[in-house]
Ligand binder design. Structure first.
Ligand code: NAP
Length: 484
């Protein structure tokens, strides 16, 4: 199968924070790959901005180095690199200062699509929004892209929304959750809503439970003191896991339209029940023989912040009543993997005897990383002349194989940036969604703080704390193994 590349219209994209980690690792190499794919039209401009004094030439050199490291299989394509670098420009600007804005204004062409990527600390979002608006650099059709974290609780998210809303309409604000840009996540919607096969089974009558796992092998390392103020709940559950849960649980939208999709996701978040303490397990990784433990990484020996969380959630609506959603995420776990597994119930009546093989549940596994793809575990007859014997096999679909070369080069960021240029907000979080997610998260965190809950220790390289296993065992279920 060949994936089609549909060029976007010509644009001017300003990247604030162009000297930072995200810009160099993801945004600029991603744009380069889109350029190589022929998706970025001639005459587009990519303008870097940050406080660092740098000439446009130096910015191009910095970008070339970033592409050499993070450009993927196009890294060595000198011809394309030369072409891409001609699109680049740079303006030194302090988001809180008054210099450099006139120079920026002179480079951004109002007649083209204008997008402004805020790849800076959220504390600067308001300063950037205000200056772009007041200096007439961002017109009414301009788009702004904001990074996570979007607030640290409901009050701060509301304040941030209000700040942006003072200068930009909601239709201009693109809140990035890069999980939504993954091929598999979009395919989840295609599988659910472009096929009749699953939808009749997609409810508590047929689905036993859902597991969402986002496991990392890395610790909090260099950003320990930042992470210690956040924890897995704020860093991962409130945004990424919640978004995945919404896409699985939402009702079919009336149309594949940004607000129709986001309206349905919002209903799911609002239907999420409060989680009782017995349905949650928090953990902190311990030192291993070659790596420090969480409290050392966080430089806080008394830290009560979780680097792991597992929880059982319920959605109070007709479709999902009695189907638990088990979420877990953590650092320094056994393998780096993200997946959603939908486990279906037993057939109402089994006609085969145990001697014909043990019956196993149908499971639809949607893998986000590594090897984006889907697989459906099904019972079939064991091939051969041995009589009727049942065996479970996976029907496997890896997107890298199915889509060929293109599949492994479009990562979430580049896909989402192209959506910004197209003006399509479907895969971006709306302000009310973010607030609803915090409204669900806040009481959980407040409960830990009031009770003084301490996370349980778990071994680095393990699957998390033992109590997390019990969370499933006591329901007669088990977690899927964490493996790549
Ligand atoms: P970073 O490496 O610290 O870079 C921050 C950037 O902001 C630098 O380019 C810095 O350049 C610029 N900056 C700082 N103060 C400024 C000011 N007053 N005016 C203008 N520019 C200023 O951070 P990052 O990791 O790239 O993250 C950027 C944003 O993305 C953050 O909101 C972060 O939470 C989010 N994010 C990052 C990642 C990631 O993988 N890195 C993932 C998800 C979300 P100068 O010092 O030259 O000004």
């Amino acid at each position: 199968m060949v994936s089609r590349v549909i060029p976007v219209d010509r644009f001017d994209l300003v990247i604030f924070g162009a000297t930072g980690d995200l810009a160099n690792r993801k945004i600029l190499p991603g744009l380069f790959r889109r350029f190589c794919a022929g998706q970025i039209p001639d005459g587009s401009r990519i303008i870097g901005a940050a406080r660092s004094e740098m000439t446009p030439e130096e910015f191009r050199d910095q970008t070339a180095a970033a592409i050499a490291e993070f450009g993927g299989k196009h890294s060595g394509d000198e011809e394309s690199l030369k072409g891409f670098l001609t699109l680049l420009d740079y303006v030194p600007i302090d988001a809180r200062g008054e210099d450099g804005w006139d120079a920026l204004k002179s480079k951004v062409r109002p007649e083209e699509i204008n997008a402004f990527y805020f790849s800076v600390a959220p504390a600067l979002f308001g300063d950037l929004a205000e200056r772009l608006h007041k200096r007439g650099i961002a017109g009414k059709d301009a788009r702004i892209v904001v990074e996570k974290p979007f607030g640290r609780d409901l009050a701060s998210a509301k304040a941030l929304n209000a700040t942006l809303a003072a200068y930009f309409d909601e239709t201009q604000i693109y809140r990035i959750d890069h999980y939504l840009g993954k091929e598999t996540v979009q395919n989840l919607m295609a599988v659910r809503f472009a096929n009749i096969l699953f939808e009749p089974l997609w409810n508590s009558q047929f689905v036993d439970h859902v597991q969402i796992t986002v496991a990392e092998t890395v610790g909090v390392g260099g950003r320990g003191s930042y992470y210690d103020k956040s924890g897995a709940m704020r860093d991962m559950v409130q945004n990424h896991l919640m978004q995945l849960l919404c896409l699985i649980a939402m009702e079919p939208p009336y149309h594949f339209d940004p607000d129709a999709v986001r309206d349905e996701k919002l209903k799911v978040i609002r239907a999420l029940q409060p989680v009782v303490p017995a349905d949650m397990v928090r953990g902190q990784y311990q030192a291993s023989k070659d790596a420090p433990g969480y409290v050392e990484d966080a430089e806080n020996p008394d830290s009560k912040t979780e680097s792991y969380i597992a929880m059982k959630c319920h959605i109070a609506n007709w479709r999902w009543v009695n189907t638990p959603f088990y979420l877990r995420t953590g650092k320094r776990l056994r393998a780096r993997t993200s997946e959603i597994a939908i486990t279906f119930k037993e057939p109402p009546h089994l006609i085969f005897d145990e001697a014909e093989g043990e019956w196993r549940e149908n499971v639809l596994v949607i893998r986000l990383q590594p090897n984006e793809g889907m697989n459906l575990k099904m019972m079939i007859k064991e091939p051969g002349p041995g009589g009727m014997r049942l065996v479970q096999v996976p029907l496997d679909m890896s997107f890298a194989e199915a889509l060929g070369e293109e599949a492994d080069i479009t990562d979430a960021y580049e896909r989402l940036i192209m959506d910004v240029i197209r003006g399509n907000q479907t895969l971006f979080m709306r302000g009310d969604e973010v607030e609803a997610a915090w409204a669900w998260t806040d009481p959980i965190i407040e409960g830990w703080e009031e009770r003084g809950d301490k996370p349980q220790p778990y071994d680095s390289g393990s699957s998390g704390p033992d109590d997390a296993l019990m969370l499933m065992h006591r329901d007669g279920r088990r977690w899927r193994e964490i493996r790549e």
